[in-house]
Design a protein around this ligand. Sequence first.
Ligand SMILES: Cc1cc2nc3c(=O)[nH]c(=O)nc-3n(C[C@H](O)[C@H](O)[C@H](O)COP(=O)(O)O)c2cc1C
Length: 177
Amino acid sequence: MKTIVIYKTKYGSTKAYAEWIAEALGCDVVDAKTVSISDLAEYDTIVYGGGLYSEVINGITLITKNADKLRDKKIAVFTTGITPQDCRAYYDTYVIEKNFKKGVPENVRIFNYPGKMILEELSAVHRAALKTLKKIMMSKENPTEMEKMLVELCDANGDFSDKTLISDLVEYVTEGK
Ligand SMILES: Cc1cc2nc3c(=O)[nH]c(=O)nc-3n(C[C@H](O)[C@H](O)[C@H](O)COP(=O)(O)O)c2cc1C
């Protein structure tokens, strides 16, 4: 069974998880920039990771736009983000609806991991985007719990990555092999 781990990253958080996962699985790990759909034909299992940016999984269209071509493969998608892991409604509903408009295919399983956001490392565009989001959320008269949480998350600053969390994905990929 041949496995590949593909990642798309802006600040290195998803790359770190991808490398931990590839090390645990003993398989290739590549930047999504260097991969095209035809390269994936030789693999039975694909692990795809992307950071969350306004709920969008960075680069996920490699998987969603090619769902038909990939339907015979076992696929694990993982996200990295700063939304707390116990906000299951955020991950299980909001993120899924935004990224898998036709629903999650049967051969795809999704995992969510805490990532990294170091404010001094962010690009000017990203810093401005967070400032605007915070301003919008703070202007709501009766903010929902989700909107209140978003205001706090705009100021999150730190590396929340945790290597021990990859075991669920590694188990999923190796089960039945
Ligand atoms: C502009 C911007 C938008 C973000 N949007 C989200 C988001 O919607 N949900 C989330 O959980 N994290 C969000 N984050 C945090 C990133 O997903 C997190 O830092 C991630 O680990 C980055 O991964 P990468 O370094 O591999 O690109 C955002 C960060 C920035 C700078």
